[in-house]
Write a protein that binds this ligand. Structure first.
Ligand SMILES: C[S@@+](CC[C@H](N)C(=O)[O-])C[C@H]1O[C@@H](n2cnc3c(N)ncnc32)[C@H](O)[C@@H]1O
Length: 218
């Protein structure tokens, strides 16, 4: 299992991007959010994508196990924040943003009551197969009916390199979310030419995909 805490301690955070994710910019409107509504960013790290969402007047709720990540997010982006304790989490709150520092699997519905959408970049694919199943089941348990999810995945021949990030195929997405979610693929391309690390390992292809999911009303 990945030791995320020591990765943050040792600054081994190769997934972190200094730029806003272009798929978020391109596909955010599919979430149909209005200013003042709230998006949940699970396993948020210190992603700048949260800043982009705040700039769009969208409120953000994140969860992240590393306090280094959360503190760096606020400090590096010059955002002021307060700290308190809540339900076993350390809660970091700034203008329009609340990050629960602790374990995603300890979040409950009451922490996400106002959430209308979810943004998942490098979260599902950060987890091994067994944890991915637990992650989706838990997400289903803690979000309300009708909530939309923008899910970004990578798929590549898993035998050619080990994760994270792990390969997640279209059929796995269908299987993970079936029954409780409608699912639509918005985008999928082989982007191997922009992935030198994968090329160096001899990986044949890297498919990048974006899905729009919506939790069905029961
Ligand atoms: C690959 S990083 C992606 C971060 C972010 N989504 C991004 O795009 O930069 C995965 C993050 O999930 C955090 N994480 C892993 N398991 C977690 C858990 N069970 N609860 C909370 N955070 C977790 C790690 O500390 C790490 O920051």
């Amino acid at each position: 299992m990945t030791d995320w805490i020591s990765r943050w301690k040792n600054n081994r955070i190769g997934w972190h991007a200094d730029q806003i994710n272009s798929q978020l910019i391109g596909y955010l409107e599919n979430l149909d959010l209005s200013a003042g509504e709230t998006i949940f960013v699970p396993l948020c790290g210190k992603t700048k994508d949260m800043l982009y969402l705040l700039e769009k007047q969208i409120n953000v709720i994140g969860v992240e196990m590393s306090s280094i990540a959360v503190e760096q997010f606020f400090l590096e982006n010059n955002l002021s924040y307060s700290i308190s304790k809540m339900d076993g989490f350390i809660l970091y709150e700034g203008k329009g943003i609340r990050i629960y520092c602790g374990n995603y699997f300890d979040l409950e519905c009451n922490h996400l009551q106002e959430v209308r959408a979810v943004y998942d970049r490098a979260s599902l694919i950060a987890l091994d197969e067994e944890l991915r199943q637990k992650y989706v089941k838990h997400l289903n348990d803690i979000i309300a009916d009708d909530v939309r999810i923008l899910l970004l995945t990578l798929n590549y021949p898993q035998h050619q390199r080990s994760g994270p990030p792990f390969a997640v195929s279209r059929s796995e997405v269908d299987e993970l979310f079936k029954g409780s979610f409608h699912s639509r693929e918005l985008y999928c391309i082989n982007d191997i030419e922009n992935e030198p690390m994968f090329q160096n390992l001899g990986v044949d292809f890297v498919e990048k995909a974006v899905y729009l999911l919506q939790k069905v009303r029961v």
